[in-house]
Design a protein around this ligand. Structure first.
Ligand SMILES: [Zn+2]
Length: 473
């Protein structure tokens, strides 16, 4: 950390300043050090990711006072346990739902870190120690304090904050951070983290609440590139699901795999299937959710949802067709079972987890099908299936892709290009820093947003960040 000045300094340290994972931004105020999130880098290479995430932080973790976590995706909070492992002893600040979800998500992550370390130890012939363990997860929970949205919370003499609702995933929020400098002037920083859809809401998420003004805005830019502005129509996707189920399960007596993320997407798709078929006594196809993490998260949903949301979720989970599988042996038997069924299993990108076991079985049969929901990185297995590749390599073995493929576009949990443009151009601010996007898309978005500001006679500057970009307030 640099020698403390009488002004606030923001440094874009994380991988999210030049890509879409690994969120981490350092704010040095007149007397405190704050991290805006501390997430894992996630690419498609297990070894590269392990190396990147095991690296030391570019500051002393014991000197950090507060870490804000806006939502519980691993690329936003997954390195907090390492921060603790390396000496952090400050406060972790998030919403109550995010805190509740940190336990299953954190323990699952510690398990993956341990398995990756074991794999690397075998590969290199020497012991590689995991860069955090379950103990760090429990310590993380002890250090975490939860705060509700919409109230201003005073952290100390100079720092206060407010969380704004966000439709990205359950419990997600934006952060408005108020920092008083030496002259008594208060700067307001808006950090959007990942933003959710405005015009097409997923189940169990809040409406996105808009910030009106800020000294500085730090915004995500996942769909900065205009060519990612895909038309999304939920009703069309629901029709596609119905057609696929009819053709595959009823006509061909085949099986359907829907690779999903354990958090949010699996609960969303389960609920949509329930709303499509729950009232139909003749619908006999089993809907199977196979993942211990889906089970853990489902339990938390039942604790944190209320009123109509809880009622709907309980109905979907208790639907007679639904079965949850936790046990690995039972999962293996289910993979080889030839009878018609719909499987929801993680991971969504088919990069790891039990969804790969189902794929390696279903891919061999023309009667079976895979439904891909939303975005998939082009070099992930889900991305390759989506682009129509005929030969798919799974765990080093090559398969001819014979199964049917259905692609759904409306299930993204990220704000779309036009929605983001409309949101940001209405905010009264001096500077907008773009993070969480590929460089090409960010530069394209910067140009378009600056044009919008010019049309509105605003002098707002837009900065496409790189690692090391600094902002002095
Ligand atoms: Zn996210």
């Amino acid at each position: 950390m640099s020698k403390r000045k009488n002004k606030t300094k923001i440094t874009f340290l994380g991988n999210n300043s030049e890509a879409v994972t690994g969120s981490m931004i350092l704010i040095e105020t007149i007397d405190k050090n704050i991290l805006l999130e501390c997430g894992m880098i996630q690419t498609n290479s297990q070894i590269e990711d392990y190396k990147s995430n095991a690296k030391s932080f570019p500051f002393k973790p014991k000197n950090i006072d507060y870490v804000f976590i806006n939502h519980v995706h691993i690329d936003h909070f997954g390195r907090v346990p390492k921060l603790i492992h390396d000496g952090f002893n400050g406060k972790i600040i998030c919403t109550p739902i995010t805190k509740a979800l940190m336990k299953p998500m954190g323990l699952d992550s510690a398990n993956i870190v341990r398995r990756d370390a074991e794999y690397l130890s075998r590969k290199r012939g020497k012991e590689i120690y995991p860069y955090y363990t379950e103990n760090d997860i429990y310590r993380m929970l002890e250090l975490t304090e939860s705060y509700v949205c919409d109230d201003i919370h005073q952290l100390d003499d100079n720092i206060s904050f407010k969380f704004l609702h966000n439709s990205h995933i359950i419990g997600a929020c934006q952060l408005e951070l108020f920092i008083k400098n030496e002259s008594g002037h208060i700067d307001k920083i808006l950090y959007t983290s990942d933003l959710g859809r405005i015009n097409l809401k997923n189940h169990y998420v809040d409406n996105l609440e808009k910030c009106k003004n800020a000294s500085v805005v730090i915004s995500e830019c996942t769909y900065g590139s205009i060519d990612k502005n895909i038309k999304t129509d939920r009703n069309k996707d629901l029709e596609k699901i119905k057609t696929t189920v009819e053709q595959v399960c009823n006509v061909r007596e085949g099986r359907i795999l829907i690779p999903v993320f354990s958090l949010s997407r699996s609960q969303q798709i389960l609920t949509d299937l329930y709303l499509l078929y729950g009232d139909n006594p003749n619908f006999k196809i089993p809907v199977i959710l196979d993942s211990p993490l889906i089970w853990g998260i489902t339990k938390i949903y039942k604790e944190v949802l209320d009123k109509d949301n809880l009622d709907l979720f309980e109905k979907a989970c208790n639907w007679k067709n639904v079965k949850f599988i936790k046990d690995y042996r039972e999962s293996q038997l289910c993979v080889s079972d030839p009878t018609p069924k719909i499987i929801l299993s993680s991971s969504g990108f088919l990069t790891k987890g039990r969804s790969i076991n189902y794929l390696s079985e279903y891919i061999k049969h023309t009667k079976d099908a895979v439904i891909i929901c939303g975005y998939a990185p082009p070099n992930s297995i889900a991305g390759k299936i989506k682009s129509g590749q005929k030969n798919i390599s799974i765990d080093g073995k090559s398969y001819k892709n014979k199964c049917g493929i259905t692609i759904l576009n409306s299930y993204s949990s990220h704000i779309q290009h036009k929605e983001l443009l409309d949101y940001l151009k209405d905010i009264k601010t001096n500077k907008v820093y773009l993070v969480h996007g590929e460089e090409k898309g960010k530069l394209q978005f910067k140009e378009i947003l600056e044009e919008e500001y010019t049309k509105l006679n605003k002098t707002t500057r837009v900065i496409s960040t790189v690692k090391g970009t600094v902002c002095h307030l």
